[in-house]
Write a protein that binds this ligand. Structure first.
Ligand SMILES: Nc1ncnc2c1ncn2[C@@H]1O[C@H](COP(=O)(O)OP(=O)(O)O)[C@@H](O)[C@H]1O
Ligand SMILES: [Mg+2]
Length: 281
């Protein structure tokens, strides 16, 4: 298996943009959010972003979680980072200064971001710090994906204000419909006061295990409750998702031809199609 994974790197990558998929007319800022921890927000941010890049799109990932898991998952050490999204949000430093080039571009986080909520709370325009930071660079990217912490605090609100859409990963093991209602309530407040167009564009069932009755039931309940909003692609449970970040890689780089990589390519197609139908609506 090791040998196979080494070889996978040498295989040709499907890295050209098919003519049928055009760049979005306007930069899409997709926020991955769910106030529950451990539902695959970070995993989805990275792998969806890399899947978009494989299609030829320009992608920026933003790590808004003080835990810095997204930053780590591209082989960067949050403890050794001098400038992070904290400086961008709180001190209005240019975001270019915290963007690193890895598989895709990534604006990094470090633990000091844990103080951002408090530092921002007394500032005028505290909910618009991310939106402001993105304005000068927005046009350089087709897709900007924002990973958020497991809370609906000021960092996540900043993400919602900058967003063109929200994608919600939901673990099919410990399904929390109440959590989703709370998330939707927060989005309704943001729509009313700060960003009229922000909405959930899709729900991704994650850690799906078809052998487990409760996982299948959770998936069914999700589809009964949210209908078309739930993507057809289920992200199944596999150890690849735990292995890849340790190597500082997405699953698309770590095991390019494996089924874990393919699941995120499938999801990327669905997200892209959703965008298309919206633009034509
Ligand atoms: N489909 C999956 N199958 C198995 N493990 C997964 C899957 N997706 C994510 N994981 C693992 O679950 C843990 C939580 O995922 P993560 O993306 O960090 O969630 P969150 O950002 O919502 O807290 C991580 O250790 C990750 O590697
Ligand atoms: Mg995370």
């Amino acid at each position: 298996m090791r040998c196979h994974m080494g070889l996978a790197r040498l295989l040709p990558r499907p890295a050209v943009r098919p003519a049928s998929v055009a760049a979005p007319a306007e930069t899409q800022v997709i926020v991955l959010a769910n106030q529950k921890g451990g539902v695959a927000k970070t995993t989805t941010t990275l792998n969806l972003g890399v899947a978009f890049a494989e299609q030829g799109f320009k992608v920026l990932l933003i790590d808004l979680d003080p835990q810095g898991n997204l930053t780590m998952s591209q082989g960067l050490n949050p403890d050794a980072i001098e400038r992070s999204m904290f400086d961008v949000l709180v001190h209005r430093m240019a975001i270019e200064q915290v963007i690193e080039s890895r598989e895709v571009d990534i604006a990094v986080s470090s633990i000091d971001l844990a103080g951002a909520d408090m530092a921002l709370s007394s500032q005028i325009g505290r909910e618009r710090a991310l939106e402001k930071a993105l304005a000068p660079i927005r046009g350089r990217y087709d897709y900007i994906l924002v990973d958020t912490p497991p809370s609906l605090g000021l960092l996540t609100i900043n993400a919602f204000v900058a967003a063109t859409g929200v994608v919600v990963p939901v673990q099919t093991e410990y399904l929390s419909l109440r959590g989703l209602v709370q998330l939707e309530n927060t989005l309704a407040m943001v729509r009313e006061n700060l960003n009229p167009r922000v909405e959930i564009i899709g729900i991704v069932p994650t850690m799906f295990d078809k052998r487990q009755t409760h996982s299948r039931e959770a998936d069914e309940i999700l589809r009964e409750s949210f209908g078309d909003l739930v993507y057809n692609t289920r992200i199944r449970k596999t150890v690849r998702f735990a292995e890849a970040p340790v190597k500082g890689q997405s699953v698309l780089a770590y095991d390019s031809t494996g089924e874990a990589a393919q699941m995120y390519r499938d999801l990327a197609k669905e997200v892209l199609n959703g965008e298309k139908s919206r633009q034509h609506a």
